[in-house]
Ligand binder design. Structure first.
Ligand SMILES: CC(C)(COP(=O)(O)OP(=O)(O)OC[C@H]1O[C@@H](n2cnc3c(N)ncnc32)[C@H](O)[C@@H]1OP(=O)(O)O)[C@@H](O)C(=O)NCCC(=O)NCCS
Length: 181
């Protein structure tokens, strides 16, 4: 497994790891307090521990583990047909901006490449520095709204029903080889 610095490395998640995910996601969300219109996201619901378990069982969840403090970040994804869809990723504020987000995405890309999947997809906020621009910087491209397939259209519609402003959301796609090779 790749080592990021002397203390942190990326691993496939275990079921026990999932207990830490809601607190990490909640803590990571404080970033949104910097943005007046999206500050409420910091207090929004997070993905429940139970929702991660089937994804872990299917083998498409990774954690960043600090040898001293334990799990400090995760990426939770699901294979849907020929695509790996990332449902959530978060890194604890204590460990942000050290390359863990990129390393978690790289682990997902290696998995997707080795499984011969055509793409990694996700939905995120446009123009928020740690969302769309972060992913685009890693090689993701935005799928124009009029080119969305039914699956991603439905993901975005459900998010809008849950209160996320549709005009600020987008879907992104990456050829896994761009990040994995
Ligand atoms: C998205 C997230 C997981 C990235 O984790 P990370 O470990 O900080 O990611 P990396 O260190 O690999 O890369 C971070 C890059 O994102 C951008 N970024 C992250 N935080 C930023 C901030 N506060 N302001 C500006 N740019 C930021 C920068 O481009 C940064 O690279 P740099 O540090 O070299 O400038 C983390 O920001 C997070 O947990 N955010 C809150 C939850 C969230 O939005 N999840 C994604 C849902 S789609």
């Amino acid at each position: 497994m790749p080592t990021l610095d002397s203390n942190v490395s990326i691993h496939r998640a275990t079921r026990e790891d999932a207990a830490f995910f809601p607190d990490i996601e909640r803590a990571s969300g404080v970033l949104f307090r910097q943005l007046e219109a999206l500050a409420w996201i910091a207090d929004d619901d997070v993905m429940a521990e139970a929702a991660h378990l089937p994804l872990i069982d299917a083998g498409a969840v990774w954690v960043a583990r600090d040898a001293e403090v334990g799990v400090v970040g995760f990426l939770s994804a699901q294979q849907v047909g020929g695509v790996l869809h990332v449902w959530q990723m978060a890194v604890n504020p204590s460990h942000q901006r050290r390359g863990l987000g990129r390393a978690l995405l790289r682990a997902a890309a290696v998995f997707a490449r080795d499984a011969d999947l055509e793409a990694i997809t996700l939905t995120t906020f446009l123009e928020v520095p740690w969302n769309e621009p972060f992913y685009v910087g890693l090689g993701f491209t935005r799928i124009p709204d009029d080119a969305l397939d039914d699956r991603l259209r439905e993901v975005l519609a459900k998010e809008a029903q849950a209160g996320l402003p549709r005009e600020r959301r987008c879907a992104l796609s990456l050829n896994p080889r761009v990040l994995a090779d």
